[in-house]
Design a binder for this molecule. Structure first.
Ligand code: FES
Length: 110
């Protein structure tokens, strides 16, 4: 996945400093002032979490902070919206996982 570097309306993407961050244990690079959602998409990552009950993959949806579909854990703080949060150097981001108690209840129903 690549970034748009020359947009007909927004203009050229100017040279910006690279910012290193971790997502689920792997190191990636964002561009300075880029949101977590944009940085992950630019790195080919579309799944930000899984649904707490069903385990189905979830990515960003509204990209304006309303739907909460993009929530991730940032530096051990849960439920951070990836579409509104700018990546910072050495930020540690973790995707959302199935809630263990819900998984246990689902298994018990089988
Ligand atoms: S994508 Fe909807 S709140 Fe982030």
């Amino acid at each position: 996945m690549a970034r748009i570097v020359d947009h007909p309306i927004l203009g050229k993407l100017e040279d910006r400093k690279a910012v290193a961050f971790m997502f689920d244990g792997d190191t990636y690079e964002a561009l300075e002032n880029e949101t977590i959602a944009a940085a992950l998409l630019a790195n080919g990552i579309r799944t930000l979490r899984v649904h707490e009950e069903s385990g189905t993959p979830r990515g960003f949806y509204c990209n304006i902070g309303h739907c909460m579909e993009c929530r991730v854990t940032v530096n051990e703080q849960a439920n951070i919206r990836a579409c509104l949060t700018v990546v910072e150097q050495d930020m540690v981001i973790e995707s959302g996982r199935q809630h263990p108690n819900i998984v246990k209840r689902m298994v018990e129903k089988l």
